[in-house]
Design a protein around this ligand. Structure first.
Ligand SMILES: Nc1ncnc2c1ncn2[C@@H]1O[C@H](COP(=O)(O)OP(=O)(O)O)[C@@H](O)[C@H]1O
Ligand SMILES: [Mg+2]
Length: 594
């Protein structure tokens, strides 16, 4: 996944693959009636606008000479023509506005649909996915890339068709006015296209570079924000500033280049336009000459000429956006197609309400092919029993409990809960009945009360207070400025590690899981508080099967069973007293802590 590091560009040029666009059309099709309405409105508005030059011609060639010849109908005729001229503008503006509203809405709906699908998928992706790439680049995909494609998928599609029609209509109107002058305009097309193709290609590449550098910078920024504590404690600010400066400079350079090219385009387009405009006057006045060509015709043609190039420029722009959009779509769909290794089996069924019996049968597991972490592990835990996992760091304790919630698929053997093979039940029904508490518990932004309610969305205030009391969190919460209504920042940095832990205990208790897992959950709580908590903890454990990983052996000595994990399996198992009597690994560990 090299492309996803912050110092490596995400992409330069991707092969043009129309399939991505076709796939995106699925999202567009849902709003096809909006699209069709908008298209019709635009077409009508464009045609109406094209009558304006014809009216100008009529004023110059007919109405003004009428006035000069003393015809009294001249004034009302000019007023009528002016009224019509004004009407063309008003009608095309109003229709254009309505269309814009419809399209903006469709665009937002499409963004919403794509983002929803992306987010749903991101939530299912394994931890591994997030370990492998910077958060910033994931954010850029969900936020920026999706924004970038919406315009192409709505206005882009409509405008593309529209501009082609527009071009045809303008050509027809031009021929209606004067064929010879139309040919003068047509002669400019090859030069114009050549310039556009060269410049537009350069421009597209330049903007793609901008997007890449922006993605790199965002990725680094997100990483820096996440690890700010580490940065400051290692006094790495200057080095990091250097990295950021390098990324920002790269960004600034490609931005400047892109802007320079972009500004050069209208300049060259205007030059070509002006040249052709003068050619019209030249050919009209000197080569063909009056009265073979009228002054009104020359004015009208000059007007059509300036309108004629706009659709071509627009089509070139659309083509560029189209290619960029395909590149973005590729990134978006790549994320959506990222395989979910742990998912519901085809015929998965809901795990019924469990009593909490857990059974491992000859379980073998490896994170990476060929490197077994667990081999042939078997054990049974009866409902309501508490089990402690102890053993050296890296032995596989966390791995075992990860397998109970099926965060990973096992390579061999089976895990049963209440006799149900967990690979055959739905993930939701499985995990819903588990309570997992980790060493570092996450506090979401919002009130303390809502943080606890996360475990059970319809919990009442009384339930929340009762749960907090049970786990000894009530007193400290009451002591906060606004009690249960105190607003937490993301990550809950106002609280101590231990306090965060207590909040998460309450959150877990309220969800009332039948199986409870505490992975070093009491590590950040001091011995005194832990002792107080012990009562709460005992309350929490009552009637539930529990797995506890703790370094302080005092926390676990009352467990029904202690398993010592080492050498890819369970090396000792028994009660605290049994294991001490055995004078093996557990005994040594216990003596070392005394
Ligand atoms: N996501 C992972 N990918 C690859 N290897 C892992 C992963 N998580 C843990 N490991 C490896 O598996 C082994 C057991 O880890 P773990 O179960 O976390 O140990 P502990 O007993 O300290 O909880 C370690 O050697 C570790 O390097
Ligand atoms: Mg661990």
């Amino acid at each position: 996944m090299a492309r996803n590091k912050f110092d490596i560009d995400e992409t330069l040029e991707t092969p043009f693959n129309f399939a991505h666009f076709k796939r995106a059309l699925v999202y567009v099709k849902r709003y096809k009636w909006k699209m069709i309405t908008a298209f019709i409105l635009s077409a009508v508005s464009a045609v109406v606008a094209l009558f304006a030059p014809l009216i100008t011609k009529e004023v110059v060639d007919t109405a003004i000479p009428m006035g000069m010849n003393g015809d009294e109908k001249a004034v009302p005729y000019i007023v009528l023509l002016s009224g019509l001229f004004l009407l063309t503008i008003i009608v095309s503006v109003i229709l254009g506005n309505i269309r814009q509203r419809i399209m903006t809405k469709a665009g937002q709906m499409i963004i919403y649909d794509i983002r929803k699908d992306l987010f749903r998928h991101l939530q299912e992706l394994p931890f591994q996915y997030y370990d492998d790439r910077p958060q910033g680049k994931i954010l850029v995909r969900v936020v920026n890339y999706v924004n970038n494609v919406s315009d192409m998928l709505t206005n882009g599609i409509i405008n593309f068709v529209l501009e082609i029609f527009n071009l045809m209509f303008i050509a027809i109107f031009m021929f209606m006015v004067d064929v010879r002058l139309s040919l003068v305009i047509f002669a400019g097309i090859p030069v114009f296209i050549l310039v556009m193709v060269i410049l537009k290609n350069k421009q597209r590449r330049a903007w793609q570079q901008v997007s890449n550098k922006n993605s790199n910078q965002t990725a680094y920024l997100a990483e820096s924000i996440n690890c700010i504590r580490v940065t400051q404690s290692f006094a790495r600010e200057n080095e990091n500033l250097g990295i950021f400066r390098r990324l920002s400079t790269a960004y600034r350079k490609v931005w400047m280049k892109a802007v320079t090219i972009t500004h050069f385009i209208p300049f060259s387009v205007d030059n070509i336009r002006a040249t052709i405009d003068s050619a019209i006057y030249f050919v009209g006045l000197l080569v063909i000459g009056f009265p073979a060509v009228s002054l009104g015709s020359i004015l009208a043609m000059s007007n059509y000429s300036s309108r004629f190039w706009q659709p071509i420029i627009n089509i070139a722009n659309l083509y560029n956006n189209f290619i960029n959009t395909i590149a973005y779509l590729e990134r978006i769909f790549e994320t959506m197609d990222e395989p979910v290794p742990v998912k519901n089996a085809e015929d998965a069924y809901e795990l019924p309400e469990i009593t909490g019996k857990v059974e491992f049968k000859n379980v073998t597991f490896a994170y990476e092919e060929g490197k077994n972490i667990l081999e042939n592990v078997s054990f049974t835990v009866n409902p309501g029993e508490s089990v402690a996992l102890v053993g050296p760091t890296g032995a596989g304790k966390t791995t075992i409990i990860n397998l109970i919630s099926r965060f990973y698929n096992i390579n061999d053997g089976a895990v049963y809960i209440d006799g149900h093979d967990i690979s055959k039940v739905t993930l939701h029904s499985l995990r819903e009945q588990m309570g997992i508490m980790l060493q570092d518990s996450f506090i979401f932004s919002g009130t303390i009360e809502n943080n606890i309610r996360y475990g059970k969305l319809d919990a009442t205030e009384e339930e929340i207070i009762k749960a907090s009391q049970t786990v000894c969190a009530h007193n400290f919460i009451e002591g906060l400025e606004n009690g249960y209504q105190t607003e937490m920042s993301e990550g809950g940095s106002q609280l101590s590690g231990g306090q965060r832990q207590l909040v998460s205990f309450a959150r877990t208790l309220i969800s009332d899981p039948k199986i409870l897992i505490l992975d070093e959950a009491t590590s950040s709580i001091d011995a005194k508080t832990e002792k107080e908590l012990q009562t709460g903890l005992n309350e929490l454990l009552k009637g539930r099967t529990s797995f506890i990983i703790a370094h302080r052996l005092s926390t676990i000595r009352n467990c029904d069973k202690i398993m010592f994990i080492n050498n890819k399996g369970i090396t000792e198992a028994g009660t605290h007293e049994e294991l001490l009597a055995k004078k093996g690994d557990y005994y040594n560990l216990y003596m070392a802590q005394k």
